[in-house]
Write a new protein. Structure first.
Length: 383
């Protein structure tokens, strides 16, 4: 019989301790959600072979980029312990703003009852639809409109000490209703091809072999680098540098950790709040460009439904805390990837929308609980 204090027992205890430490490091790693996503993917591939098809992977990535841009804006807001419920309405409203300016033609049968008909939009299209500088000018106007909405949210919250939930909820209702009023709930189509390229255009494509249902081999084109990918990654890089490499970023974390302490320390809390909500709305506006060009239409209801569930859920799953003071752009990237992958697999399982929403909601709750657990473990390790 081996004595409890024998070398063999001591070696086993050391191995067990080493495994626990590795598991703990993995669990607390910035890349935990990425590892979880890859494990989830490889676990389901044997049961869902379509999941690994190049066409499906391309679809996952195409769904990821616009959601990522909007979620980056939400990351800033959650980091200061706020929340922005108006992002969906900003997406819908700014998509309408761009469409009514850029439309090349418009149908009176569809839009003649809209208040903008005959003033901004006519049968010949919008005022910028046939000009060489129309697209960049329309995008600039979109961003300014989105920034104004975000600045209003931030000003109301900072100046009047109003709850972010209430302010952005009211903004969501008002802006959504106004977008529907402007178009009478109709979509504005016939957008310029150069504008549509921002949401559907390829920069680098490859040809791969494929088979259809009749097993006939053929070659299909797959997007390798797209305009939405470049736009989303660029926004992510800028946001990462802003949040982690600037004084502004340090002030954002300070406000989220302890607002009163930050104010006593000289942090311009009100200005930070206004800027953060402005960034959130600008990100939503860039997301509107990617969504509306992908759909080839300005749609007033573009950000309704479960849109906010996806945005906030992906951000929280990544690891950004709902209590503020903790957030990273790389976490949001991984969270969006996992959330889009989850949605894709649920659709491949042919589940109903009710079941999909139930699963998504459960995953978000689990992610929030996981965040609390990870925070406690990190505090214990640093104590």
């Amino acid at each position: 019989m081996t004595h409890p204090s024998s070398p063999e027992t001591g070696s086993a205890e050391l191995q067990t301790s080493s495994l626990r430490q590795r598991a703990m490091r993995l669990f607390l790693s910035d890349y935990f959600v990425l590892y979880l996503s890859l494990a989830y993917f490889f676990a389901l591939v044997p049961f869902l072979p379509t999941l690994s098809n190049p066409a499906n992977l391309a679809n996952v990535l195409s769904n990821m980029w616009p959601l990522l841009v909007v979620a980056i804006g939400q990351t800033f807001v959650l980091t200061i312990a706020g929340i922005d419920l108006s992002q969906g309405s900003v997406v819908g409203f700014t998509s309408v703003v761009a469409a009514m300016l850029l439309a090349t033609t418009a149908s009176p049968d569809v839009l003649s009852n809209a208040p903008i008909w005959g003033i901004i939009l006519t049968e010949e299209g919008g005022p910028l639809g046939h000009t060489s500088f129309g697209i960049p000018l329309a995008i600039l106007i979109m961003i300014l409109v989105g920034a104004a909405i975000g600045a209003f949210n931030g000003f109301a919250i900072a100046q009047f000490q109003m709850p972010p939930f209430m302010v952005t909820l009211v903004t969501m209702i008002v802006i959504s209703a106004f977008a529907i009023f402007l178009t009478q709930s109709e979509n504005i189509r016939n957008l310029p091809e150069q504008y549509i390229l921002l949401g559907k255009g390829d920069i680098v494509s490859i040809y791969l072999g494929a088979q259809d249902e009749s097993r006939i081999p053929r070659r299909e084109i797959y997007s390798l680098i797209t305009y939405p990918m470049v736009i989303a990654i660029s926004v992510a890089i800028v946001a990462h540098l802003l949040l982690n490499r600037t004084v502004f970023g340090k002030q954002v974390f300070a406000v989220g950790t302890n607002r009163k302490a930050a104010e006593i320390s000289g942090v311009p809390v009100r200005r930070i709040i206004v800027l953060v909500f402005t960034i959130s709305a600008v990100c939503a506006t860039i997301g509107a460009i990617l969504y509306s060009t992908r759909l080839e239409a300005g749609r007033p209801t573009l950000g309704e439904g479960n849109f906010l569930l996806d945005v906030i859920g992906a951000t929280v799953i990544g690891g950004t805390s709902l209590f503020g003071g903790k957030g990273k752009i790389i976490w949001t990237v991984f969270g969006v990837f996992f959330f889009v992958l989850l949605s894709n697999t649920l659709n491949l399982m042919n589940l109903s929308s009710f079941h999909i929403d139930m699963v998504k909601g459960s995953v978000i709750v689990a992610a929030a609980l996981l965040d609390v657990w990870r925070t406690r473990l990190m505090r214990e390790m640093n104590a």
